[in-house]
Design a protein. Structure first.
Lengths: 417, 260
């Protein structure tokens, strides 16, 4: 059973014919399923780059895209965990609104110091998540219903707290978190014709690139040691080079403008943390197991209800974080804040490769999915398209992304039979 | 049928009622170490109810279950695994989006720093165990099991059970959904599991297959054990007779009324 035949860099066993063919066919389509999203993102960016005569990638516009989409991306991180587990959360938009209202009442009306007020707001988010998690996990009501109810209830609570008006303005630190930029710690460096750019930001980009190269290289080495199929070396290098170039480009553009938005740093930390959670922690693995085969997870001793409960608590915390950031950006908490954010977050997760039936998805995928929507929004408004056209295109992209995923999956399955 | 050896798994006088239906009417059952014990019976004979009791998935109304001669009380499948009983469920209890090693260690992960999983070590142990059992999937340790064929998935499920079981493996129709070659591979795997000294409980509708693989056969009918055979004592015709109620060699045969 251990005959290994080298075929280029790829090695497959020939002892078990069915393994070779099924997995070989699957691997290809699997790759399409996973990297399709990045290719699509690149194409969309390229399209709008040409349509806007380059305005899309101007320093200020990149900064705008990050800041304007930060709260959706934060929601998408929580949403992808819920969708991986096979659930859905329709209430996040209303939780964003009620959290903004709570933060505003504490910070503005009662002058509570902002760190304490932020902590209380996040705790309220956790409680909201625990409330919904209880009904879904321990009472067995489908998440669709529980969070649909939540959507109404928390919007109603927002209106009760705020009446029909907004509360503001927020303290400066909160506005800085939402809208502000990192200070220039190390001064500027000249970049020739590009002008001056912040040195600290560029050093951060270098660290990020190093991180990408090291982790990708280690993953590849591990796959080779297990005789797994990997990209040929030039392809692998091209991918790493592309990713690094994208990071460096974005950071340099931002460093030429007003440095890195704080929300970008926050997002980077969240993405790293949650990628670690989904990829390397036992809890993360259990989320995938629950979504992939709930019964199997249960029979294997996974506490399915506990997992479900905690991903809703997590969603509540992230939604209230997004709520504070959104309120801080507008500098007031309004009764209509977060309207239809849940749909953007859900769309981001599905465009980013989450499977409709659960069990599949990645945090980075949801982020890229959210960015695709963000770039479409931003690019179309740059070329002056009316909002109904933007909505139309976003709807079409969502359907196309999910249709592609289903098609790729079906093809993968037929290849393994 | 008496012998000195203690059964790895034994049930005595199990009763289970669902409303007015008596699914189990005092059924008894034994499985010995290093043997394949087949459990056969027609649909509705109570096989699955018995298996669920033995696997800890449901609790019998009365009667005793003993592991290595010691009475045990099981409130869930996790308790059963703690008593050294592993079950391979008919509907393939694998998480399809996780790879083989993740499935083998699901719910029992090797941890680092308490919250992280040590996937490298889990994969290494899984590979070692698969190699020992002759499951040829070592090269596919990073592919989700959804890309495996039915036979390969069944092999993963059985190998997982074999890795964790201390005393007993229960297999509910392990070959029902498989083709000829895949079935043969799974049966070879069953053979290797038996030769490690585990008691294998094998549920199947395929009577020729049962006669081929089983060291002992226990026949259930109407919620009770109606016949027992040792290897070579029975042919397909007699087994059919036993399953249909025309033959029995047990004292506690129910009188045939169905309270349904």
């Amino acid at each position: 059973m251990s005959t290994i035949v080298p075929t280029g860099v790829d090695k497959v066993s020939t002892a078990d014919e069915e393994v070779k063919t099924s997995v070989g066919g699957r691997r290809f389509s699997f790759d399409v399923r996973e990297s399709g999203i990045y290719v699509a993102f690149l194409l969309i960016v390229a399209l709008f780059f040409f349509l806007t005569d380059g305005a899309l990638l101007e320093p200020q516009n990149i900064s705008n895209i990050v800041v304007q989409n930060s709260y959706i991306l934060i929601l998408a991180i929580g949403m992808i965990l819920i969708i991986i587990a096979g659930h859905i959360d329709l209430s996040v938009g209303s939780v964003v609104a009620v959290s903004g209202a709570i933060a505003a009442v504490l910070m503005v009306n009662h002058n509570v110091p902002w760190p304490l007020a932020l902590a209380i707001t996040l705790a309220c988010g956790a409680l909201i998540g625990a409330w919904q998690g209880f009904w879904v996990a321990y009472f067995g009501i489908p998440a669709f219903i529980v969070t649909l109810a939540g959507m109404l209830v928390f919007r109603a609570l927002t209106l009760m707290v705020l009446g029909n008006q907004g509360i503001g303005p927020f303290p400066d630190p909160v506005r800085t978190l939402s809208n502000g930029f990192t200070p220039s710690y190390l001064g500027n460096v000249g970049l020739g014709s590009l002008g001056g750019a912040d040195l600290f930001s560029i050093l951060l980009a270098a660290v990020a690139v190093l991180g990408i190269v090291v982790t990708q290289w280690r993953t590849r080495a591990a796959r080779i040691s297990y005789q797994q199929q990997v990209d040929v070396l030039p392809m692998f290098l091209a991918k790493i080079l592309g990713a690094s170039a994208a990071v460096v480009f974005v950071v340099i553009q931002l460093a030429r403008f007003k440095n890195l938005p704080w929300v970008l740093i926050l997002l980077a930390v969240l993405v790293l943390g949650y990628s670690m959670l989904t990829g390397r922690s036992v809890f993360g693995r259990h989320i995938y197991a629950v979504g992939g085969n709930r019964q199997a997870a249960q029979l294997s001793g996974v506490d399915v209800r506990r997992v479900t409960f905690w991903i809703f608590v997590n969603m509540g915390i992230l939604a209230s974080l997004a709520g504070v950031i959104f309120a801080g950006r507008l500098n007031q908490a309004g009764p209509t804040a977060g309207n239809s954010f849940e749909l953007d977050a859900i769309a981001a997760a599905f465009i980013g490769g989450a499977a409709v039936q659960g069990g599949v998805g990645k945090v980075v995928g949801a982020i890229v999915g959210g960015l695709i929507m963000g770039v479409i929004n931003n690019g179309m408004s740059l070329i002056g398209a009316p909002s109904e056209k933007v909505m139309f295109v976003k709807g079409a992209v969502l359907l196309a992304a999910v249709a592609f995923d289903v098609w790729a999956k079906r093809r993968g399955e037929s290849a393994s039979n | 049928m008496k012998r000195a050896e203690v059964p790895a798994l034994a049930a005595h006088g199990l009763e289970k009622k669902y409303g007015q239906v008596r699914a189990l009417r005092g059924v008894s059952f034994e499985a010995y170490p290093g043997e394949v014990t087949a459990l056969v019976g027609d649909n509705g004979a109570g096989k699955s109810t018995l298996v669920k009791c033995l696997a800890g998935a449901i609790r019998p109304d009365c009667g005793r279950i003993m592991v290595k001669g010691r009475p045990v009380s099981m409130t869930g499948p996790v308790q059963a695994t703690k008593h050294g009983i592993e079950t391979v469920y008919q509907d393939l209890a694998l998480a399809s989006d996780l790879d083989a090693a993740a499935n083998v260690f699901l719910g029992r992960e090797i941890r680092r720093l308490r919250v992280l999983h040590d996937h490298k070590e889990m994969r290494r142990r899984t590979a070692a165990s698969f190699a020992e059992l002759g499951v040829g999937l070592v090269q596919d340790m990073r592919v989700p099991v959804s890309s495996f064929s039915g036979g390969q998935r069944q092999s993963v499920a059985i190998a997982r059970a074999a890795m964790w079981a201390k005393h007993v493996i229960i297999m509910d129709e392990p070959t029902a959904a498989l083709g000829v070659i895949q079935t043969e591979k799974v049966l070879q795997l069953v053979d290797r599991v038996r030769s490690r000294g585990l008691a294998v409980v094998f549920i199947s509708h395929n009577l020729p297959q049962v006669i081929e693989v089983a060291d002992r056969i226990e026949v259930m009918r109407l919620g009770a054990r109606t016949a027992r055979f040792r290897r070579g004592e029975v042919d397909v015709e007699r087994l059919i007779a036993a399953v249909s109620g025309a033959y029995s060699n047990e004292a506690d045969v129910p009188n045939g009324e169905v309270t349904a």
